[in-house]
Design a protein around this ligand. Structure first.
Ligand SMILES: NC(=O)c1ccc[n+]([C@@H]2O[C@H](COP(=O)([O-])OP(=O)(O)OC[C@H]3O[C@@H](n4cnc5c(N)ncnc54)[C@H](O)[C@@H]3O)[C@@H](O)[C@H]2O)c1
Length: 300
């Protein structure tokens, strides 16, 4: 693995986690954190969550000029377009002209940051998930100008750090947050209606959440039966309103007779063997996920 000099701009929840992930992968990491309190908590966190297995503990500085020797810069400053644009304008003048510049933005348009720097071909979004040193997926969204070399380079670095990069279209919330926030919105509405927060969390974490971890929502829907899902959407729409109106793709699949695994065609196509295999894979993974969720926590 090539050891890269990296800089993480913003050492909060995400920047700190990304710094740990990069250091564990053996990279040299400098975190730029201007707030003294945040820098002090990051130091404590590095002591608790580190030391990195492969590399050195990241260094922390308030000085943005520290980005000037980095080959890869990951910005994890607050989700505020004006603040990020001011920061990216400075990054554009301080960073090496061929350094790769990535933003950890959850929802902003990466082109609005790319336009602040010279050579926007080296700019892209890498959306990590909290805690960044544990969660495997990183959504990678190229901007309009991002070069293929930059995209491939970043994907290599992420894979070598044990991550599962998935390329997504640049657009608000990418993929994960659109799905995640739909679920969170509904969970909050449940407590607004008087269901206890404890019940909501217990129900989700012991029902469909482990199943979603075993297979994604679409393979799960194929296993459940798309005709059944369509019927449920209609009942939910009647009770809770248009936010539950079934997407037209679901009605079209059912109209074509693509009912899921039971008809060997749904969102995905199946053979009799692959239909058995997907159900077995779900069951095997699910039982391991449930068993590990019940393991006692390891005391440090
Ligand atoms: N919190 C999450 O679960 C999550 C998940 C994925 C992506 N994100 C994204 O990651 C980014 C950071 O989010 P966070 O949750 O770590 O926020 P945070 O508030 O925990 O951390 C942001 C840090 O940036 C620092 N900062 C402020 N101005 C700065 C500047 N000019 N230069 C350098 N650092 C500066 C702050 O002092 C703070 O420590 C956001 O874009 C957010 O949308 C957050």
């Amino acid at each position: 693995m090539t050891r890269i000099r990296t800089a993480v701009v913003g050492g909060g929840i995400m920047g700190g986690g990304i710094a740990i992930a990069l250091a564990r992968a053996g990279h040299e990491v400098t975190v730029i954190e201007p707030d003294e309190g945040a820098a002090a908590s990051l130091k404590d966190r590095l002591r608790a969550d580190g030391p990195p297995t492969a590399g050195e503990t990241p260094t922390i500085t308030p000085d943005l000029e520290a980005v000037s020797s980095a080959r890869l810069v990951i910005e994890a400053a607050p989700e505020d377009l004006a603040l990020k644009q001011r920061l990216w304008t400075r990054l554009g003048s301080l960073a090496l002209v061929d350094a790769i510049l990535a933003s950890n933005t959850s929802s902003l348009d990466i082109d609005r940051l790319a336009e602040c720097v010279p050579q926007p071909s080296r700019v892209l979004a890498t959306h990590w998930f909290n805690p960044a040193y544990e969660v495997e997926c990183v959504e990678v969204a190229p901007g309009t100008a991002t070069s293929n070399d930059v995209l491939e380079n970043v994907i290599d670095v992420l894979r070598q750090a044990g991550k599962r990069p998935v390329i997504v279209r640049n657009g608000a919330g990418f993929v994960a947050n659109r799905i995640q926030f739909a679920a969170i919105r509904e969970a909050l509405l449940c407590i607004e209606e008087g269901i206890s927060a404890e019940s909501v969390d217990e129900i989700v974490s012991s029902s469909f959440a482990p199943r979603l971890a075993a297979l994604g929502p679409l393979a799960n829907a194929d296993l459940g039966g798309l005709d059944t899902y369509l019927a449920i959407f209609e009942v939910l729409r009647a009770a809770h309103g248009e936010r539950f109106s079934p997407p037209s793709i679901l009605s079209a699949l059912v109209a074509e007779g693509r009912l899921g695994v039971k008809s060997l065609a749904g969102v995905f196509d199946y053979t009799p063997a692959s239909a058995r295999e997907v159900a077995t894979r779900r069951d095997d993974r699910l039982s391991r996920i449930i068993a590990s969720a019940h393991e006692p926590a390891v005391d440090s």
